[in-house]
Design a protein around this ligand. Structure first.
Ligand code: MTE
Length: 321
């Protein structure tokens, strides 16, 4: 596992992964106070920022103290799993959990192909065994101007790509989600060009902040959040973080994406969080953090600017939205 790289924005070291028990007891603790869907004001009161533990080695994180590196408390499990965008099931955010409840995410395999030296099909079990899972607490900013803080578990995309070895011609990575309208009733809506697909430039995909998520809150990924295997790219709008991935292809062209196919003037390929570039129908300057009253300012690259700005040096971000 690569753990010598230090994030500027995400100081939680793999050796400090929150034990599963701590997550559960935190949830039980909040439940016992009757504030599982608490407002951030209450959560903040019991969630002070973590002390700087960079060199302190493994340690147990006290109940209720989980925050991102900016000091913002993680959203509750209930919030993260009951307010979802997952059009393969429904366009109703509060209806996804119920409609996805019986989705079978096993058996599951992921084919990695295209411009690679070692094409391979992995089962989800292979991936869980082969790549050590680490915790990443990331902000998720939806293009619709709401956001959450989510404690994911997963591994860097780079780890998988290094194993299949992209050839010198590979420039982009294309991701494809499951196509199965029997299991995903929303795919009967023929308006959308299924399957959901997304893409990243190869250097974006290789960035250490970009991960595949296999779990959250110390538990396997819930169906509504993309079980068993999804992308999480925290500096981009949430729609880039494709759920239920079944195919990964290395290509030499910029791949089509579901949203840029439907509405190219609204959803670009890059989709970097950028408060200076408004959506044609609404402002992106502020956002509503789920669980909070009022709005907060949206941060450039969703607060990961120090880590990722170099990827876009010299690019016109108004043009490449
Ligand atoms: N992936 C698939 N396959 N289908 C989707 O509809 N919605 C995207 C993204 N990934 C979506 C998807 C959008 S718009 C957002 S904001 C995030 O998932 C939401 O992730 P969450 O429900 O885990 O918060």
């Amino acid at each position: 596992m690569k753990n010598d790289w230090k994030f500027k924005s995400a100081p939680i070291d793999p050796s400090e992964i929150t034990p599963r028990g701590s997550y559960l007891s935190r949830r039980d603790f909040l439940k016992s106070l009757g504030i599982v869907s608490a407002s951030a004001a209450i959560l903040a009161a019991c969630a002070p920022n973590l002390p700087d533990t960079a060199d302190a080695g493994p340690q147990e994180i006290p109940e209720g103290s989980l925050t991102d590196e900016l000091g913002d408390p993680v959203n509750s499990y209930d919030e993260i799993t009951n307010y979802n965008n997952y059009y393969e099931f429904t366009t109703d955010k509060q209806g996804v959990a119920r409609l996805a409840a019986d989705f079978e995410s096993r058996p599951w395999s992921i084919e990695v192909s295209g411009l690679v030296k070692n094409p391979k099909t992995y089962t989800i079990e292979d991936l869980l065994e082969r790549f050590p899972q680490e915790e990443r607490i990331y902000r998720l900013r939806c293009v619709e101007a709401w956001s959450m803080v989510i404690p994911w578990e997963g591994f860097e995309i780079a780890a998988l790509l290094n194993e299949v070895e992209p050839t010198a011609d590979a420039k982009y990575v294309r991701f494809e989600a499951l196509l199965d309208s029997d299991r995903m009733p929303g795919q009967k809506a023929s308006f959308y060009p299924w399957p959901y697909q997304e893409g990243l430039r190869l250097d974006e995909a290789m960035h250490p902040l970009a991960i595949f998520a296999t779990g959250l809150y110390g538990e396997p990924l819930p169906n509504q959040n993309g079980a068993p295997f999804r992308l999480v790219v925290p500096w981009k709008y949430g729609f880039k973080s494709i759920k239920a991935i079944t195919r990964i292809e290395l290509v030499d062209y910029q791949p089509d994406t579901l949203w840029s196919t439907i509405a190219p003037n609204e959803y670009g390929f890059y989709a970097n969080v950028n408060p200076q570039v408004d959506h044609p129908r609404w402002s992106q300057k502020t956002e509503r953090r789920i669980g909070e009253i009022g709005r907060r300012e949206t941060l450039m690259f969703n607060g990961y600017e120090q880590d990722v700005a170099y990827l876009y040096e010299g690019m016109d971000l108004q043009e490449n939205y």
